[in-house]
Design a protein around this ligand. Structure first.
Ligand code: SF4
Length: 327
């Protein structure tokens, strides 16, 4: 069996430091695990409210921040042990699309510049014709024409055009994985559908997997194969998207799903905190959802639930309700 494309083991990111353990310390992500296979390509949604750790995960996978502990493997090779050249190669295979496309552009350059720079940096073309063909193919992939966008400045484009150009720029490199961090949260409904379609097309026809970071369960349900829900830095539930959304097990996920009127329609709500966000410390004891949970038991306060298969299936849940006797 071939190595997975990406394997994430026990990934933890802690920000800050303090004399005592809880002082100025934020556990942004804790013991996160995920495997993205080489084939078939998949869309894997990472969902959670603001501050749940999903963007920290995106930044760790993209190498924009260093893990406190744990490992990320790319085709069996641990990324933190790679040399500079190997890491540069990884950026070709793992590309990013961010929430706010405007911030990625240099306002003083026509948008063609971002394609020229990418082609030059990664030596994608030997001559001008090849370069033009590559750009044309990438633009066609996202439904844009070169004459309508390439010679414009970023402020002359719509938000949807800017975001589609970001997807086209990522596609230029023919990556194996695109990390898409809230790619549709700043575009209107019709463009949201277009970008979601493009993501599905990239998976189905171009063999590109997508790590889809989102606060929107409806779009995750629409396009993802798998979903993992984070709560205060830990995965509380995950598995096939239909299993998790149609039959949620964790009380937190049940609350979220119950708050959505119709999962097949655009849900105007967001995953939001029901109470004031609890302060997260390095503490390993107890369930972090305890204060909000209507099904809590005494031992939930002292023993942290572990992510385990539900009844031997691929559906994972971290909750003492499904441990008999409680572990
Ligand atoms: Fe609720 Fe206990 Fe499950 Fe946490 S472990 S979600 S407190 S039942």
């Amino acid at each position: 069996m071939s190595e997975p494309l990406i394997e994430i083991k026990d990934l933890t990111k802690v920000y800050g430091s303090g004399i005592t353990k809880s002082q100025n310390v934020l556990v942004a992500l804790q013991d996160f695990e995920l495997t993205i296979p080489e084939k078939p390509s998949k869309i894997i949604a990472i969902a959670g409210e603001s501050g749940s750790g999903k963007s920290t995960l995106a930044n760790l996978v993209l190498g924009l921040t260093i893990p406190t502990s744990g490992q990320i493997f790319f085709r069996g090779q641990e990324i933190s042990k790679m040399n500079r050249k190997q890491r540069t190669d990884i950026t070709r295979h793992v590309q990013a699309v961010f929430q706010d496309p405007y911030s990625v552009y240099n306002p003083f350059y026509q948008v063609k510049h971002i394609f020229d720079i990418t082609i030059k940096n990664f030596k994608l073309a030997n001559n001008r014709d090849q370069e033009n063909d590559l750009i044309e193919e990438a633009l066609n992939m996202v439904g844009l024409q070169s004459q309508e966008v390439l010679h414009k400045f970023p402020h002359q484009l719509s938000g949807g055009q800017r975001q589609r150009l970001m997807v086209a720029r990522a596609y230029l490199l023919k990556p194996d994985l695109i990390v898409a961090d809230e790619p549709v949260s700043m575009v209107d409904a019709s463009l949201r559908a277009t970008i979601l379609d493009i993501m599905q097309h990239l998976r189905d026809d171009r063999g590109i997997s997508i790590l889809y970071i989102t606060h929107d369960l409806s779009t995750a349900y629409q396009i993802a194969d798998e979903i993992y829900l984070l709560y205060q830095g830990s995965t509380v539930e995950g598995g096939e998207v239909t299993d998790v959304i149609n039959n949620p097990k964790h009380p937190y996920v049940q609350q979220l799903i119950n708050s959505i009127p119709d999962i097949n329609r655009k849900w105007s709500g967001e995953i939001t905190a029901l109470d004031d966000e609890q302060h997260r410390s390095r503490s390993d004891s107890g369930c972090r959802f305890y204060n909000r949970c209507s099904k809590r038991m005494d031992h939930c306060l002292v023993k942290k639930p572990v992510l385990k298969p539900f009844e031997g299936s691929d559906h994972l849940v971290a909750c003492h309700l499904y441990s008999d006797p409680p572990d």
